[in-house]
Structure formats: C-alpha cells, structure tokens
Design a binder for this molecule. Structure first.
Ligand code: P6P
Length: 379
C-alpha cells in the first residue's frame, strides 16, 4: 500500500500499522512488535542524543581491583567485552537493555538474540509465540563519542518450531526434546536464513532519527522520521526503492591490501571509471553499517564488508546485521551477495554470532561485482 505525497506528514507509524491490520488481521502481532521496537528506538535516540550531556559516552567498565580483592578497592577500570571480544560502550549495554525489555514485555516473543548477549534469551512465558527477534541494539557504537551516526538493526522470524514444540516435552535442562527424546535446541528458530525473515529494518540515529523497515511479501520498504515535537514517527519515505545504479562504493579500503585479488580488481576498475558504466565512482564510508546502508538505499551504489586474509568471514554478523539488511535492500529492488558470489539470504546460520561477508546495494552494481568474484579461495 502506498500513499499520495501530500498526505505524508499526517500519517504516524501507529496509524499506518493499524490501517494494515484493518485490512489483514494476521498482522496484529507484528503490529505490536513494530510499535514496541519503535518505542525502544525513541528511547535509544534520546540516550544517544544526550550521551555527552549525561556522561554516557565511553566504555562500559569492569572495576578490576575490587574483584582481585585488592585492599584499596580502587582497582584499575577495564573495558568490559562482548562475546565478540569487542569493548562494550556504556550505550551498547543501555540500548540492549531498552530493546530487550521492550520486546520481552510485548509477551509476543519466546526468543531473542542480541549482539550484546552471549546466549539467546528464552522467554518462558512466551515460548509458544509466533515470532522470534534478532537485533544489534546499537550498531556502530564506536562512533558515539564522535557524534557520528549509529543505528539499531532488527529482524523478526516466524518461530517454525512452535508447532513442533507442542509435540516436544520441555525438559528442565532448558532444551526441548523430540518424540525420540533427542534434545532439540530451543534456539534453532533463530538459525534461519535471511530469506525466512517476516520483517526487518533499522533505526538510524543521525541528523534525524529514521525508522526504516519492511514486512516482506507485497509490502514496501517504508521510512518514518521521528518528529521531536510530536514524539511520533511520521511517514516520510512511503516506498523506498534502490536506484538500479549508483556512483558510490562504500567499503573500508584500509583493508584492501588484505582483500582477495578479484575484489581489489573490481574496486580499482570502478574508481578509475573503467567499469560497465565508464563513470568514476566516489568512495563514501562512515564505518557505521546503518548510515552506509541508508545512504546506499537512497542514493544507490554498493556497500561491502568483504572479509580478507585475516578475517575470512568479514566483521559483520550474519543473523542480526547481514541478513536483515540484505532482506530489506532486496525488498527495495536492490541486490546482495557474499564475497564468493552466493546469496546472503540463503546462508543457513550455524550459530547466532557467526560472521559473514556481505555486499549490498544497486542491483546492477551488485551484478557487476559478482562478475568479478571467483569462488572463495584460500589466499
Ligand atoms: P570496519 C561497526 O563496528 C560495524 O559493526 C558496522 O557498523 C560497520 O559497517 C563495520 O563494523 C565497520 O567495520 O572493518 O570498517 O571497522
């Protein structure tokens, strides 16, 4: 469903979603989830915008001395690490709590996975819910102290094990067992390929706060901008479509000496104006996936985190970064692929925090890149 340009500013997220549900009752639960995610994003937006004022910049610390039992108790502060071994920022922890609680209290999710949580969260009271959610609560948080854009990335999946669970007996060791009493991981609903997403999106915290999402199927990619005066997300991008071609490439060239030769060759060609369009491409790279993907969605071009000899699978996480973003870009008429030319959306995750190489953007730019990619070789 799209709306005439003139009507845009009067349509809030709440009104848009309720109009969807009135024509399709099966979206009732999804409406509740999206409103909870939007509420959490409003809170995170305020936290991010006031980080400097509320001394919420900097690292989440773990006071060492008191743990090692030193007399003084004035231990040296040491940054806490997430399961990725990355320093956690204060706002990573806060944003994670805000989103986790917002989703838990919907009572509509039995399972959550977050970049900031080592293990998937089982919500006993809602284990038989229809959906599970995956999210990166504050992607690009290393940019926070410099007030560069950050974002929340989320995905919603049908819990395809719910029916099975009715046959399984829950076991007190927190796994579900099938009829043969084999332990079936109760978190397998999270390990679905991106093609199975029921919804995905992001909220970007930048010069404005913009919530962009899609419900897949016949639904558009749609964007709502937070009106600080109203405190409401209002419809500003009714039907986002990626231009078929762009003139920007967005990748961390600092790693180019470590890339596979095929990728170095591609980037070299397009920056020299020797690619298919014969136009010279410019580099645009914020180092914050949500900002780089949002620009690519609007202006076209190609974004990538290709992996290299040191990080074969790149830096981005499949389940809550690559899959949701690839799903959204492809729904907007763009393309996506891994660095060996495969489909991001067909990669079946083996673990919640696994990484994947990822390219996404204008369909013709992604197709041109794929013509350079050789099967992934060891360097
Ligand atoms: P690199 C931020 O840490 C992040 O997860 C994404 O937001 C961003 O696209 C990527 O890492 C940046 O990676 O290797 O360029 O620092």
């Amino acid at each position: 469903p799209t709306v005439a340009q003139g009507q845009l500013s009067t349509i809030t997220l709440q009104r848009y979603l309720s109009s969807l549900v009135s024509s399709d009752e099966s979206l009732r639960e999804m409406e509740g989830l999206m409103l909870s995610i939007a509420m959490a994003c409003k809170t995170i937006s305020t936290l991010v915008n006031r980080a400097g004022i509320n001394q919420l910049t900097g690292l989440e610390t773990d006071v060492m001395g008191t743990r090692s039992g030193s007399q003084s108790g004035k231990g040296k502060n040491k940054a806490k690490k997430n399961i990725q071994g990355e320093d956690q920022k204060k706002l990573d922890v806060l944003s994670n709590g805000v989103l986790k609680n917002a989703l838990k209290f919907t009572g509509k999710l039995g399972l959550l996975a977050s970049e900031e949580e080592d293990e998937a969260l089982l919500i006993e009271s809602a284990l038989d819910s229809r959906y599970v959610a995956v999210f990166d609560p504050l992607d690009g948080s290393s940019n926070i102290d410099a007030s560069i854009c950050t974002g929340t990335i989320f995905g919603v999946l049908e819990d395809d094990t719910v029916e099975l669970k009715n046959e399984y007996k829950r076991n007190n060791d927190d796994c579900v067992r099938n009829a043969d009493a084999e332990c079936v991981s109760s978190t397998e609903a999270l390990l679905q390929p991106g093609s199975q997403l029921a919804a995905s999106g992001y909220c970007m915290y930048s010069s404005s706060t913009i919530l962009v999402f899609t419900l897949g199927g016949s639904h558009p990619v749609i964007g709502f901008t937070l009106d600080p005066q109203l405190g409401e997300f209002v419809l500003t991008h009714p039907n986002m479509r990626v231009p078929k071609r762009g003139t920007y490439y967005s990748v961390n060239e600092g790693n180019s000496w470590l890339w596979d030769a095929s990728i170095r060759h591609y980037i070299d060609k397009i920056k020299r104006g020797e690619g298919e369009t014969k136009k010279r491409y410019s580099s645009r790279y914020v180092g914050s996936m949500v900002g780089d993907v949002h620009r690519t969605l609007l202006y076209g071009g190609i974004f990538g985190n290709p992996g290299d000899v040191k990080h074969r699978n790149g830096k981005l996480r499949l389940v809550y970064e690559c899959s949701p973003m690839s799903f959204l870009v492809e729904q907007a008429g763009g393309g996506s692929c891994t660095s060996d030319g495969g489909s991001v959306l067909e990669v079946v995750p083996e673990s919640v925090h696994q990484r994947s190489t990822c390219w996404l953007g204008s369909i013709e730019d992604v197709q041109e890149l794929k013509s350079y990619l050789t099967p992934e070789e060891t360097n």
